[in-house]
Write a protein that binds this ligand. Structure first.
Ligand code: AMP
Length: 208
C-alpha cells in the first residue's frame, strides 16, 4: 500500500462530519479502569455530535477505545499509522479511513492537517510528544487550532505544576501556557475546543 492510501469507505460516513478532532492518547489503558471510561466518553461524544476523530490508527490501549466508541456512536474515524507500526499498534481496519504512511513525521503532519482541534488524554511519551509538538507549533504560529489537555483523575497535575515552574523561572510566558486549555471533565472541554475551532456549539445528532 502506498502512503496516504485511504481504505474502507464507510456508508455511515457519507454525511460530512461537523468537526474534526485529533485525539492523542495512550497506546495502553493505564491501571485505573476510569481511564478507559474517559476514552469511551470522549469517543462517544464525538460520534454523538456528528464529529470526526483523527487518531493514530491503532486498536490498542485508549487509542482503540476512543476509535471504537466514536464508530459505535455513529462518528467518522480517520486512522493514520506509519507502516512500521501497523503490526505493533494493531492497525484498526474498522476505521472509516485508514492511512498507512511512511514515517512518524508523515503521521503527525497528516493528523494535524486533518484536525480542527487537538485533545490529549492520559498517555505516555508518544502522547506527550504529540501534545508538545502541536503546542509548540501553535506558539510559533504554524497553526491556530485549539489544543486541550484532559486532566482526568489529576493525571496531568504534575505536568501542569512543572509548566507553572517553567513560567515562574522565566523560560516560558503565561500566554504560551494559556495556548493549551486544561480541563478535568470531558464534555465541557470537548465543547470548548470545538467552539474555539469556529464551529457552532455542537448538538447531539438526535436533536438535529
Ligand atoms: P504512548 O502515549 O507512548 O502510549 O503513545 C501513543 C501514541 O503516540 C502511539 O501511537 C505512538 O506511536 C505515538 N507516537 C507519536 N510520536 C511518537 C514518538 N516520537 N515516540 C513514540 N511514540 C510516538
Amino acid at each position: 500500500m502506498t502512503a496516504h492510501d485511504a481504505i474502507h469507505p464507510d456508508p455511515q460516513a457519507q454525511r460530512a462530519p461537523t468537526f474534526s478532532l485529533c485525539v492523542y492518547c495512550g497506546s495502553k489503558t493505564g491501571h485505573s479502569p476510569e481511564f478507559a471510561h474517559i476514552a469511551i466518553q470522549v469517543g462517544t461524544w464525538i460520534g454523538q455530535h456528528g464529529g470526526q476523530l483523527v487518531y493514530g490508527g491503532g486498536r490498542n490501549g485508549l487509542m482503540g477505545l476512543v476509535a471504537e466508541s466514536t464508530l459505535a456512536a455513529g462518528g467518522t474515524v480517520v486512522g493514520i499509522i506509519p507502516s512500521a507500526l501497523v503490526e505493533r499498534e494493531w492497525a484498526h481496519d474498522g476505521c472509516t479511513e485508514l492511512h498507512v504512511v511512511d514515517t512518524m513525521h508523515d503521521r503527525k503532519r497528516l493528523m494535524a492537517e486533518k484536525a480542527d482541534a487537538f485533545l490529549a488524554l492520559p498517555g505516555g511519551i508518544g502522547t506527550f510528544e504529540e501534545l508538545f509538538e502541536v503546542w509548540t507549533w501553535r506558539q510559533l504560529g504554524y497553526h491556530d487550532k485549539p489544543v486541550g489537555v484532559l486532566n482526568s483523575l489529576g493525571y496531568y497535575d504534575g505536568l501542569m505544576a512543572f509548566i507553572d515552574q517553567v513560567v515562574n523561572q522565566g523560560f516560558m510566558s503565561d500566554w504560551q501556557k494559556q495556548l493549551v486549555s486544561v480541563g478535568s471533565e470531558a464534555e465541557p472541554l470537548l465543547a470548548q475546543l470545538v467552539e474555539a475551532a469556529g464551529f457552532s456549539p455542537p448538538a447531539r445528532l438526535e436533536l438535529l
